[in-house]
Design a protein around this ligand. Structure first.
Ligand code: ADP
Ligand code: MG
Length: 313
């Protein structure tokens, strides 16, 4: 697969705070890569540096074959890079005194010097793509949050970017709408074959949306992998705890595919440890079967049962 965006050794600090500590990231053409991590882990900063909204101290970015030195980039290079990328903000960043259509045409007319009627025809098409073909004359305050974000997405698509950088684009929407918009964004992404770098702090969203998930913590990448890899084979306790619910207990790796804890042996999916190597065992809740005491390996006490609709917790 062709590499669309490759960032190497990116560093960024704000005064004494090292926010990105030499991060490497490769994104292939047509891929959805999501960055997930706790608040403050550097996700937004990484995205902003890739679009030169913040300036990194060090690092290289190769965007569709073109190399940029992030620490010292010329203005002309910056504009060149920005022609191929677009940024979608969590808070939409629409011009409140302009209609939906004007918001979408603005960049085409001002930055791209496109004739007005051509820009409007393009903008109208983009609005239709996001299901707002008949709302071009509406002002942002006449639109719902979801509709405003659709306008912002139309505005970002109208330039036909190669890479869309999305910073928690659905973060302000309620759960139901967010799930609808996730599917819609995925449809747009496939239809237009745009590469997405998608920041979210919602693990379910990351697993749903992405081909590749990048887990960040404190300015470092903890793990990169497919959603299945990240969930089933977390590399460390941080990833295990951050993605999905897990119980982590100390155990001993007896041999390949056999681990013991609580005085019992259990089959597992791991191999390659030294005989009787101490390990941390991650047990996903759905892997626990509750059975009569006579049939069980471990005993426990159910202290609380919570009804969650699809299952009990
Ligand atoms: P995330 O998007 O993962 O929540 P950010 O990239 O926004 O994290 O922030 C990472 C860290 O950098 C945080 O501690 C934040 O307070 C700090 N930070 C971000 N932007 C600035 C700024 N403009 N000035 C000072 N500190 C900042
Ligand atoms: Mg952020």
């Amino acid at each position: 697969m062709q590499e669309m965006l490759k960032i190497t050794g990116i560093r960024k600090s704000f005064s004494t705070l090292d926010v990105l500590k030499g991060v490497d990231l490769t994104v292939h053409k047509g891929e959805v890569v999501s960055l997930i991590g706790p608040s403050g882990s550097g996700k937004t900063t990484l995205l902003r540096c890739a679009n030169f909204l913040d300036q990194a101290e060090d690092g290289t970015m190769v965007l569709d074959g073109q190399t940029y030195h992030l620490g010292h980039v010329r203005r002309t290079e910056m504009y060149e890079a920005r022609r191929h990328t677009a940024f979608v903000f969590q808070n939409y960043n629409l011009f409140l005194n302009k209609t939906a259509l004007q918001n979408v045409t603005e960049g085409l007319i001002v930055a791209r010097k496109m004739p007005r009627d051509e820009a409007e025809a393009r903008a109208q098409k983009a609005l239709e793509k996001v299901g707002l073909g008949n709302r071009g004359a509406s002002y942002p305050n006449q639109l719902s949050g979801g509709q405003q974000q659709r306008v912002a997405i139309a505005r970002s698509l109208v330039n036909q970017p190669r890479v869309l950088l999305l910073d928690e684009p659905l973060g302000a929407l309620d759960l139901k709408l967010r799930k609808e918009m996730q599917l819609e964004l995925k449809r747009l992404q496939r239809e237009m074959n745009i590469t997405f770098v998608y920041v979210t702090h919602d693990q379910e969203e990351a697993l749903t949306m992405s081909d590749t998930v990048v887990v960040m913590n404190k300015g470092n990448i903890q793990q990169i992998g497919s959603p299945q890899d990240i969930y089933n084979e977390p590399r460390n306790a941080f990833v295990a705890k951050f993605i999905g619910d897990s119980n982590i207990v100390d155990g001993i790796m007896e041999k390949d595919f056999l681990v013991s804890f609580g005085g019992q042996e259990f089959a597992c999916v791991d191999r390659g440890f030294k005989p009787r190597e101490p390990v941390q065992v991650v047990i996903r809740p759905e892997d626990v079967d509750i059975v009569p005491p006579s049939a069980g390996k471990l005993t426990g006490l159910v202290r609380e049962v919570i009804f969650k609709g699809v299952h009990f917790e």
